[in-house]
Design a protein around this ligand. Structure first.
Ligand code: SF4
Ligand code: SF4
Length: 69
């Protein structure tokens, strides 16, 4: 399901604590699409995010695979 790009949703994003995340990156990738950085997949914490269940997400790694939906 697509994740609406709202302030409320963005505030729930936990990408910043994920091992794959690189400091300074935008986060909220499920809604805003993949990172412009060359990331190495080190694990994905999306399954622990409130938006995971709320928008019936699956797969994770939106930072390297692109946005949900
Ligand atoms: S599902 Fe993942 S990318 Fe989307 S807001 Fe949550 S932690 Fe961030
Ligand atoms: S989309 Fe998943 S793998 Fe990428 S930074 Fe967010 S939690 Fe980590």
């Amino acid at each position: 399901m697509e994740v609406p790009n709202t302030q409320e949703n963005m505030m729930k994003c936990i990408c910043g604590k994920c091992p794959t995340f690189v400091a300074g990156d935008k986060g909220f990738f499920c809604s805003t699409d993949k990172s412009e950085k060359d990331l190495e997949q080190m694990g994905c914490d999306c399954g622990g995010c409130p938006l995971w269940g709320e928008y019936d997400l699956n797969g994770g790694y939106f930072c390297t695979e692109g946005k949900a939906g």
